[in-house]
Design a protein around this ligand. Sequence first.
Ligand SMILES: NC(=O)c1ccc[n+]([C@@H]2O[C@H](COP(=O)([O-])OP(=O)(O)OC[C@H]3O[C@@H](n4cnc5c(N)ncnc54)[C@H](O)[C@@H]3O)[C@@H](O)[C@H]2O)c1
Length: 316
Amino acid sequence: MAKIVVLDPLAENGLKMMEDAGMEYDVRTGLKGEELRQALTEYDGAICRSGVKITAESLEGNTTLKAIARAGVGVDNIDLAVAKKHNIVVMNTPAGNTVSTAELTFALMLAVSRNIAAAHQSLVEGRWERKELGKTSYQLGGKTLGVVGTGRVGAKVVKFAQAFDMDVIAYDPTLSEKHAKEMGVKKVETVAEMLPMIDYLTVHTPLTNETRNLISDKEIDLMKKGAILVNCARGGIYDLDALQRGLESGKLGGVAMDVYPEEPCTDLPLFKMDHVVCTPHLGASAVEAQVNVALEAVEIMIEYLKTGVARNQCNK
Ligand SMILES: NC(=O)c1ccc[n+]([C@@H]2O[C@H](COP(=O)([O-])OP(=O)(O)OC[C@H]3O[C@@H](n4cnc5c(N)ncnc54)[C@H](O)[C@@H]3O)[C@@H](O)[C@H]2O)c1
């Protein structure tokens, strides 16, 4: 019988689903190095989130593992090419945390625009700074949001923005004129084209060679004074040093981020700056989203091991 190893904490419902399906599984979290390599040779399937790093070394000499299912979207913690060489199918569960991530994007946009974190902190410290905080507090309604990447999360963010009476300008190389019309967004041909027109920018792309440092000094120069930047996609899409310079010069009105080039990340100079609101990669960390992705990961793993059909394969 096929055996599955769970390498990162997984919602209980997912574990129960494996039991109900009669699958044999072990939960072995926190593995790395030789211990991880050895463990992976003992199973047919591995289910993970973003914690464990499945590198070329982790898969060295592996002839037993058939599939890896990532409960979540990003597969940057798995060496896809090496997995392919070993005939290991890598699958992800992209839809389960779309709503929670789009909601966090909006929560951060609102928090940074209305000084929510700073206002709360000032009350905690015993101050009533109603006048001061109001001076740099801005509404979203009537503003223009730039959305880079109109896939699952980006498209949901567009809907939320429209409910907030924002105009949306979008860039995605796969976005057709027809789809842009249906979504009610103005489509542009490059990111640079939208920058002078927008008050807020949010990115919802993977981190690729094209999107790494997509927004740096040159791009910030093109933006309106006071523009607010949000990143709930992947660390590295914004050049953090450029953001810091943009805030220091007053060109940027605020920055909100959930993701960082290196994670965990607790000591970024940006964290201590005014008009910055950051969270520790919480986009997918909503109870409902974790249940969704756990159930989907188990479902696609069982399906693959039983039928050989790979859903959402990332390393074709
Ligand atoms: N913060 C979190 O916890 C969290 C949770 C879920 C997803 N994410 C991240 O959010 C991002 C979006 O996720 P998704 O589910 O919407 O993915 P998706 O695949 O549905 O959408 C990504 C979109 O980006 C577009 N794209 C790719 N390269 C581009 C480029 N150079 N310029 C503009 N657009 C480009 C693609 O065409 C696609 O439409 C991913 O990076 C994902 O890892 C983060």
